[in-house]
Design a protein around this ligand. Sequence first.
Ligand SMILES: [Zn+2]
Ligand SMILES: [Zn+2]
Length: 375
Amino acid sequence: MATVTDPYKVLGVDRKASQDDIKKAYRKLARKYHPDRNPDDSSAEARFKEISAAYDVLGDPEKRKAHDRGGAFAGGANPFGSGAGGPGGGFDASGFSDILSNLFGNSRGGGRGGPGPSAPRAERGRDLEAEVRLSFQDAVAGTQLSLSVPTSAMCGTCRGTGAKPGTNPKVCPRCQGRGVEQQGQGLFSISQPCSLCGGSGAIIEEPCPTCQGTGAVRTVKKYKVNIPAGVREGSRVRLAGKGEPGRNGGPPGDLYVITHVDASPVFARKGEHLEVEVPLTIPEALRGAEIEVPTLSGSKRLRVKPGTKPGTVQRLRGEGPPKLGDKKARGDIHYRFVLDVPDKLTREQEAAVEELSKVMNGNPRAKLFPRKAAA
Ligand SMILES: [Zn+2]
Ligand SMILES: [Zn+2]
């Protein structure tokens, strides 16, 4: 039997770690060993698969409980359902079908019919999440990326049963295969998922060496993803049906691509608009000017009014980034003026400022001292 690695060790977390800490540890490691970051490094890829498999167990509170109770995971004996179905299926169905008909009592005689395990409840596949980094330009204009996404697939060795080939899952001795436990007595008893088998009704004594009893293996799927124009830092792009496969004929989950956008040296995001800081010389601010300002497609002329104060904002409507979900609509660009004040003056500037100070010599701070003014 293959050695079962300790998923806690693989993720480097304590056995008492919270689900949140486990998720964090997984993300950190998955990022580090992701095949996209380590092309042609087979040891990184092996490590990545190991990390993914460990998270597959610890990331799911039910699977984690089952693992903590001892050794291999025993819950969800057959996460991919039909893999072992049918009369000629992977294990002797005679005993096991009784377990399943107890478990899924209502489905007996309905739906699939015939001998073999009755059809378990269809379950939608899990949603997946992937993160991408984009340049500011690509985020504004939209782009296509290739993306490797870790996902799970049915284990080929055990055909999804989780049991070592040649062995069968056993009827759970605690719940006798019902998958539920009763607490209390009579009218006031409460039934809850069996704590030994996790509700599957079956115990896997000899786990499949490939999937370590989970019935699923990690693979990496490659996608070409169209990132729409106008995404921002933290946007979630949904790719319907690209998540994990559904179980027992259920629909697949979705893939969410989370975008991280590099900052631009010129443009700053302000909601659906962009902001640009535009320095003006003191004469430009005083007398007004026609200046050149940057846009996403090049530059435009902007008329600055005489007497423009620092902090004043002028807008160019519709010159901003496209709005997500509305291809025709675009945000604006806000140009916010600041004064360009030199650290040092040349002799000529010094003389000119001297002349200016003779004619601009009021006290603009008088209104800061209303009591003095009243006296
Ligand atoms: Zn049980
Ligand atoms: Zn397997």
